[in-house]
Design a protein around this ligand. Structure first.
Ligand code: GLN
Length: 550
C-alpha cells in the first residue's frame, strides 16, 4: 500500500495539544490494523533542540539513534508502537543547514537559492523520507498558523498534495473553541479566523479538531462547518480529558478514525480499542496510591520532565497504583530538614540534570533515602549524586565529587572519560577534558549487561538490556574496587565492562541509580521495568510504614 500522509497544523494559540492529538490519531489508526509513523517539523532555527533551555522548550527527547528531538516524539512513541529517530524531526535550522551545505558544494550549479523552491523542496524531501515506512505518516507542523517562521513548511505541505496525489493527503487543523463565561456560550470566531488564514495560503483543512471544555452541539458544528468550508461530520470535538490516555477514545467517539480512513480511501478492520479502554479504567480507578518526591532544580521540574512524569504514571499503572508527585526544589532543600520535606514520600527520585545549582540539596536527599531506607531511584545526574554521596559518607572519601562540580577534587568518582567508544558512530571518541562542555555527549542507545542477583536483574528479568543516554560524565573506574569493598554494587555495565551503567546498594529495600534515561522507553501499555520496580518498592515501603504506625 502506498503511504498516506496526514498533516496536522494548529491555530489560534500554542499548547493546544497538537502533539498529543497527532499521537492519538496514530494510536487510533494502529487500532484498526494500520502501521503508522510520525514526523515533527519545527519552525525554529536551532538545528536540534539539544542546545535549547528545557525551561523554555520543555524536555529534550532522546531516540535510540541518539537524536536530541522535540518532546512530541515522546508522545508519539508512548501512544503508538513506533521507535523513532533522526529522520523523524526536522527544524528550519536543519533544513537551511543542508541547503546551505549543498550550495557551498556547488550542487545547485550557479542557481539563485531561494525559499521557494529550494527550501520548500528540501522540506518535501524530508517528508518523503517517511514514504514506504508505514501505511500512514502523521506529520505535525510546529507553531501556529499565521506565524511568519512556519510559512515555508505550510507552503511545502500545500505543494505536497499535488506531488503525491490528493487521495493520499489529509489536512487536520487543531483549533480552540473557547467557552466564554460572561456570554454563557462557546465562540467559533477564533476557529473561523484560523481556518481562513490556512485557506489564504492554499490549504483547505479536511478535518477541524476543536479543542473545547465540553462536547460541541450539532448547531455549533454546523456553524463551524459552514464558515470553514467542510462537511459537518468533518468537525470533531477534542474535549478536555482527565488523563491524556483518554484522547484516542474521545476521538473515536467522535468517529475521527472512521472519517480519516474514508477521506484517505482506505479500507481497514474495525478498531480494537479494548486495551485503551482497560488502560483508562485502570488509571481512573487505582486501588493504591503512593507519593514520590522528585528532587530537582525547581524551574526545570514538571514540563521539562515530561517522559519522567509519564514513566512514573506507567509504573503506577503496573502496580494498580496512583502516583502523586511532590516536586521538591533541591536548592531549597539545602537549608531545609529532609525529615520535614521528605518524610511523607514513599520514594525519592533524583532525575537527570546539568549544572551545579542545588547539588548539595540533591546530595542531602540521597543521604536521607539511603540512611532512612526509603526507596531511591537516581537517574543520570541522580545516579552520579548517589555515587558521590556513597563515596563521601560510606567510603570515607571526604572530598569526593563529580568533576562537573569540582575540577580539583582528590576523589573524582564521576569524571570526563578522555576516550570512549561511541556506540552510535562506531568510533572511539576523544574528549577535550579541559573544556567545560567537554565535547560531545554520550547519546542514544547503548547495550548493558546486568549482574544476576540485583534489583536491576529482578526488574528486567533478563541479562542484556539497551537504554538511551544523554550525558558527558561517567563513573570513574579508578574508584571501582574501593567503592565495591564498601558495599556499592555495580549491577550494570557496558559489555566490555568499561562503562558503569547501574549502581545499587544491598542493605536497602530498593536503591538504584542508572546512568541512562529509562523514562524515554516507557509506555503506558509497556511500562518500564525499573519504574514498575521502583513504584512497587514505594508501595511496600508505604505498607510497612503504616504497619509500624499502627
Ligand atoms: N550533568 C551530567 C552529565 O553531563 C548528567 C546529565 C544528565 O543527567 N542527563 O553527565
Amino acid at each position: 500500500m502506498k503511504t498516506k500522509f496526514i498533516f496536522v497544523t494548529g491555530g489560534v494559540l500554542s499548547s493546544l495539544g497538537k502533539g498529543l492529538a497527532s499521537a492519538a490519531i496514530g494510536a487510533l489508526l494502529e487500532s484498526r490494523g494500520l502501521s503508522v509513523t510520525f514526523q515533527k517539523l519545527d519552525p525554529y532555527i536551532n538545528v536540534d533542540p539539544g542546545t535549547m533551555n528545557p525551561f523554555q522548550h520543555g524536555e529534550v527527547f532522546v531516540t535510540d539513534d541518539g537524536a536530541e528531538t522535540d518532546l512530541d516524539l515522546g508522545h508519539y512513541e508512548r501512544f503508538a508502537n513506533v521507535r523513532l529517530g533522526k529522520k523523524n524531526n526536522f527544524t528550519t535550522g536543519k533544513i537551511y543547514y543542508s541547503v546551505i551545505m549543498k550550495e557551498r558544494r556547488g550542487d545547485y550549479l550557479g542557481g539563485t537559492i531561494q525559499v521557494i523552491p529550494h527550501i520548500t523542496d528540501e522540506i518535501k524531501k524530508s517528508i518523503l523520507l517517511m514514504e514506504n515506512s508505514a501505511d500512514v505518516a502523521i506529520i505535525e507542523i510546529g507553531g501556529t498558523i499565521g506565524d511568519i517562521e512556519s510559512l515555508p513548511f505550510q507552503e511545502a505541505i500545500r505543494q505536497f498534495k499535488w506531488d503525491v496525489g490528493k487521495e493520499n493527503v489529509l489536512y487536520v487543523h487543531l483549533t480552540l473553541v473557547p467557552y466564554i463565561k460572561t456570554a454563557g456560550e462557546v465562540k467559533t470566531k477564533p476557529t473561523q479566523h484560523s481556518v481562513k488564514e490556512l485557506r489564504s495560503i492554499g490549504i483547505q483543512p479536511d478535518i477541524i479538531l476543536c479543542r473545547t471544555e465540553k462536547l460541541l452541539s450539532k448547531d455549533i458544528k454546523k456553524k463551524i462547518a459552514l464558515f470553514c468550508n467542510v462537511d459537518v461530520d468533518q468537525v470533531i470535538t477534542a474535549k478536555d480529558v482527565e488523563s491524556i490516555y483518554e484522547v484516542p477514545l474521545v476521538f473515536h467517539q467522535e468517529h475521527l478514525d472512521d472519517k480519516i480512513v474514508k477521506l484517505l480511501h482506505m479500507w481497514t478492520r474495525a478498531p480494537r480499542l479494548e486495551a485503551w479502554e482497560e488502560l483508562v479504567e485502570k488509571i481512573k480507578n487505582p486501588k493504591f496510591s503512593v507519593r514520590i518526591a522528585i528532587v530537582g532544580k525547581y524551574i526545570d521540574l514538571k514540563e521539562s520532565y515530561k517522559s519522567l512524569n509519564e514513566a512514573l504514571v506507567h509504573g503506577g499503572i503496573a502496580n494498580d497504583c496512583q502516583v502523586a508527585l511532590d516536586f521538591v526544589d533541591s536548592e531549597a532543600l539545602e537549608s531545609a530538614d529532609c525529615n520535614d520535606t521528605l518524610r511523607n514520600a514513599d520514594g525519592v527520585l533524583i532525575p537527570g540534570g546539568f549544572g551545579a545549582r542545588g547539588i548539595e540539596g540533591k546530595m542531602k536527599a540521597v543521604h536521607f533515602a539511603r540512611e532512612e531506607k526509603v526507596p531511591f531511584f537516581g537517574i543520570c545526574l541522580g545516579m552520579q549524586m548517589a555515587v558521590v554521596e556513597f563515596a563521601k559518607h560510606v567510603a570515607g572519601m571526604k572530598g569526593a565529587n563529580s568533576t562537573e562540580f569540582d575540577k580539583n577534587t582528590d576523589s573524582a568518582v564521576i569524571y570526563l572519560m578522555k576516550e570512549w567508544y561511541d556506540y552510535q558512530k562506531k568510533t572511539i571518541q576523544q574528549r577535550d577534558v579541559s573544556s567545560d562542555k567537554g565535547g560531545t555527549m554520550r547519546l542514544g542507545a547503548y547495550p548493558c549487561l546486568l549482574r544476576e542477583d540485583s534489583f536491576a536483574y529482578k526488574a528486567y528479568n533478563k541479562k542484556e538490556i539497551s537504554e538511551r543516554h544523554r550525558h558527558r560524565y561517567e563513573f570513574n573506574n579508578r574508584f571501582k574496587s574501593a567503592l565495591e569493598e564498601k558495599g556499592l554494587i555495580i549491577s550494570g555495565t557496558s559489555p566490555d565492562g568499561e562503562l558503569v551503567e547501574i549502581v545499587e546498594i544491598a542493605d536497602h529495600p530498593w536503591f538504584l541509580g542508572c546512568q541512562f534515561h529509562p523514562e524515554f522507553k516507557s509506555r503506558p501499555m509497556d511500562p518500564h521495568p525499573l519504574f514498575c520496580a521502583f513504584i512497587n518498592a514505594a508501595l511496600k515501603y508505604k505498607g510497612n510504614k503504616k504497619k509500624k504506625d499502627e
